[in-house]
Design a protein around this ligand. Structure first.
Ligand code: NAP
Length: 254
């Protein structure tokens, strides 16, 4: 069968996007909804109105799921009723937190919180949602990695360790589940204007040195990530497995 019209359409699919309130998660949610998916917006506070409004603007449909992903002991029981009510075809593990402190002083509490949200919750959700995908022989998981899945970063040891782990888990799950019809991939965003990078953008020296190194000559916007997420969630990506797709204005190629 050759390339068909609608390979990028997500009509009839249900997607679960974590960290859907802001930034990259919001843009991905709107992108998936605009492509036809019904989107379950996962946040940890009841504050997803802006994302809901943007989805309404593109005539999309969505609903809210409230789970605190830092409370890893309770994720399984909280996601269970969601899985009873919905067949999830697409899981986007986007929620992530960053904590900056020199390594010698780095707080163990923050280390554990970053690891819980950025990698432990990703594994738990992939396992719970992935189980149904494997049984049905179809599904897409898109993890949000980082340039710090490849590089060391400065003052962010937990974030870097967690994002290297996200890239590793992406490949490990892809190896197991590719033969079951489930594609597991990741997107590594470059430097994107969101809350996550506010501290960097407010530091004139760091901000300038980052911008000077980006071939595209600008910071990315969350919308720059949405198209890659739609692609990896669609039939067009049926033979893409365990890939970490860099969307970074050319940073890594430099
Ligand atoms: P962001 O605006 O801070 O988004 C993070 C999202 O995660 C928010 O919606 C946040 O909700 C949610 N979240 C945080 N803690 C949570 C928890 N315990 N339970 C459930 N949700 C939680 O930053 P962003 O840049 O869009 O980040 C999205 C992803 O992209 C992250 O994985 C980040 O590491 C990754 N990334 C970002 C960049 C960049 O340049 N911005 C680059 C590479 C990778 P609240 O706001 O309600 O707390």
């Amino acid at each position: 069968m050759g390339f068909q019209q609608g390979f990028f359409s997500l009509k009839g699919k249900t997607a679960l996007v974590t960290g859907a309130r802001t930034g990259i998660g919001q843009a991905i949610s709107v992108g998936l909804a605009a492509s036809g998916a019904h989107v379950l917006l996962l946040g940890h506070r009841d504050n997803l109105d802006e994302t809901k409004a943007k989805i309404a603007e593109v005539d999309g449909t969505c609903e809210t799921v409230l789970i605190d992903l830092s409370q890893t002991d309770s994720i399984r029981e909280q996601i269970k009723p969601v899985l009873e009510d919905h067949q999830i075809d697409i899981l986007v593990n986007n929620a992530g937190v960053i904590y900056r402190e020199p390594a010698v002083a780095f707080s163990e509490t923050e280390w554990n919180r970053v690891m819980d949200v950025n990698i432990n919750a990703v594994f738990i959700l992939s396992q719970e949602v992935g189980r149904g995908m494997v049984e049905r022989g179809a599904g897409k998981i898109v993890n949000i990695a980082s340039l710090l899945s490849f590089q060391g970063g400065v003052f962010v040891p937990a974030y870097t360790a967690s994002k290297h782990a996200v890239a590793g888990l992406t490949k490990a799950l892809a190896n197991e589940w590719a033969a079951k019809g489930v594609q597991v991939n990741a997107i590594a965003p470059g430097y994107i204007e969101t809350n996550n990078t506010e501290a960097l953008r407010n530091d004139p020296d760091r901000s300038k040195s980052i911008l000077d190194r980006i071939p595209a000559g600008r910071w990315g916007s969350p919308d720059d990530i949405a198209g890659a997420a739609v692609f990896l969630s669609s039939k067009a990506a049926d033979y893409v497995n365990g890939h970490v797709l860099v969307v970074d204005g050319g940073w890594m190629g430099r």
